[in-house]
Design a protein around this ligand. Structure first.
Ligand code: HEC
Length: 169
């Protein structure tokens, strides 16, 4: 009996991680589509994104050893998949960055979730000390995101103003 338990445990521990492997993918990144290429962003803020957000919200996920473990692998995979769907900083120009209004609200939402401690999503910061953001980090991020959001809103107003002027003619 115990032989069978051993055999099935070994089979589980080897086969499950193997079957989960192919889900751990990083789609290619087009450097022209990233947030850095489309929104002015100081290197300090890039560093905050890298430390606390990009493992989930980008195509440059650093798949840690534990993401190969059974059970954990499916949790990590699901989080990354959902995170990429709602906000992917590697594919900024194709999603959030498509329209200035969406880009602005995404930037504002990012600041809000950081201040509310909803992001980086738990339990990620428990395992990654670098992802824990200080109040200074949060303020720096929010100062940047609010400034860029305001610029985008202004840009939209100008575009709409221009369109209105054309239709009035
Ligand atoms: C461990 C993975 C992970 C990390 C790290 C992470 N997120 Fe998320 N994020 C998610 C997931 C998953 C969702 C989808 C909603 C949910 O499950 O809470 C999400 C949702 C969001 C949303 C949409 C919020 C909403 O309510 O719709 C924003 C904005 C966001 N994250 C910003 C960030 C920012 C900014 C960082 C870095 C400071 C970050 N996230 C770090 C996983 C993560």
């Amino acid at each position: 009996m115990s032989k069978w338990i051993k055999i099935s445990t070994v089979t589980y521990l080897t086969l499950v991680p193997l079957s989960a492997q192919h889900a751990r993918v990083n789609p290619p990144i087009d450097p022209l589509h990233t947030i850095e290429a489309n929104v002015p962003i100081p290197k300090e803020v890039v560093a905050i994104l890298q430390r606390a957000c990009l493992d989930c919200h980008s195509n440059s996920t650093h798949w840690r050893w534990y993401s190969r473990l059974p059970i954990l692998s499916s949790i990590v995979n699901r989080d990354v998949e959902r995170a990429r769907q709602v906000l992917n900083f590697s594919e900024w120009s194709g999603h959030a960055g498509l329209k200035p209004a969406i880009a602005a609200s995404t930037l504002m939402a990012s600041c809000a979730v950081i201040q509310a401690k909803k992001m980086p999503k738990r339990p990620y910061p428990l395992f990654h000390a670098r992802a824990r953001l200080s109040q200074e980090d949060k303020n720096q991020f929010c100062e940047w995101s609010k400034t860029e959001a305001m610029k985008l809103v202004e840009q939209r107003r100008k575009v709409e103003g221009g369109a209105a002027a054309i239709t009035r003619q």
